[in-house]
Design a protein around this ligand. Structure first.
Ligand code: ASP
Length: 338
């Protein structure tokens, strides 16, 4: 008996040391699109980089202190939602009717639990509402007025829709309306080539090896008729499964839905044995062939952090034990963040 105990103690110790050494990491994005280097001032670039750095650091510090990937992605996305720079929360784009309708989703990899909200107009941080749907309801997705009633019942912070007004996004709406003027009866959502999309997202792995993904957006400028994009569609813009990877996407949502982008990447990792970086590159390249623009951030279940995008830029940052990387523009020849 004594011998068994003596043997068991080092085994327990090595198990806990191993758990403590599991590589934690986080990747975030603030949208992909035509981000024109020549049109961005140094001050603007610094503002974007500072906010990305703040979000990735807060998420990483939480993970390094033993926090869960779920808490880390929710925290990082909340920081980005509170910034007017990104198309989520405070900086959400305008609908055709000059209002704001926000979508968000969150997913945990250990149990494939998920929560999503679509077309909410008065919730300050839609990602927190998505999390409440996952944790406090029997459902995966709530929309519109019902989602807002649930937010009030959960005592989440509510704001007037005008809280999301920004001059910069209003100008983008005016440009989008001019471009679409001849066919106002059609649900055309053609992204302005000079428009930075700005959806936000985060993926993370914690010291328990659990993955999580979170994405939040105002959708696409000038959207109409209750249009909902890929972000709250689990498997399209947001996905997490401990057996493969966690993904958050940004781009032309209609393509992400049709090509099931986030879960396609993880499926290739799981069944084709591809690395997450290669799977992401392949899926994003195929998306472009189909006419869809955008990008993804990915973390796999070994802690490898990567990204892929087919646009001139994607606001992005990652942090693990190797350090922090914050980038905006694509680098010549770069396909992933590895
Ligand atoms: N994917 C988002 C949507 O289609 C937009 C974006 O990523 O900027 O709603």
């Amino acid at each position: 008996m004594k011998r068994l105990l003596i043997l068991a103690i080092p085994l327990c110790l090595s198990a806990s040391v191993m758990a403590a050494q599991a590589p934690v990491g986080i990747v975030i994005h603030g949208g992909a699109g035509t981000i024109d280097r020549s049109k961005m001032t140094d001050e603007q670039r610094q503002n974007y980089e500072a906010t990305l750095t703040k979000a990735v650091n807060q998420g990483y510090e939480l993970l390094a202190a033993g926090g869960s990937s779920l808490d880390a992605v929710a925290l990082a996305v909340t920081v980005l939602e509170d910034s007017p720079l990104f198309n989520a929360g405070k900086g959400a784009v305008y609908t055709w009717d000059e209002t704001h309708e926000l979508d968000a989703a969150i997913m945990t990899g250990q149990d494939r639990n998920a929560g999503a909200v679509a077309s909410v107009t008065n919730v300050k941080n839609p990602i927190l509402l998505a999390r409440a749907v996952m944790e406090k309801s029997d459902h995966v997705m709530l929309t519109g007025k019902g989602a807002e009633q649930f937010a009030a019942a959960q005592q989440l912070e509510l704001v007037d829709n005008s809280y999301f007004n920004t001059e910069f996004r209003f100008e983008a709406l005016k440009r989008a309306k001019q471009a679409q003027q001849p066919v106002p009866h059609q649900a055309l959502i053609t992204p302005d080539p000079n428009w930075k999309m700005g959806t936000v997202g985060a993926v993370a792995i914690d010291s328990q090896g659990n993955l999580a993904a979170a994405t939040s957006t105002g959708g696409m400028t000038a959207k109409r008729w209750g249009r909902v994009g890929d972000v709250p569609v689990i498997g399209a813009g947001t996905f997490a499964d401990n057996s493969s990877c966690a993904v958050s996407g940004t781009g032309h949502g209609e393509y992400f839905i049709r090509y099931n982008v986030a879960s396609d990447i993880c499926t290739r990792v799981k069944y084709q044995g591809k690395t997450a970086a290669v799977a992401a590159d392949n899926v994003i390249a195929e998306l472009l062939e189909a006419g869809g623009t955008g990008g993804v951030i990915v973390v796999d279940n070994k802690g490898e952090l990567s990204w892929a995008f087919n646009t001139p830029g994607m606001y992005r940052a990652k942090r693990n034990h190797e350090g922090t990387v914050v980038e905006i523009f694509s680098k010549a020849g770069e396909k992933t963040g590895k």
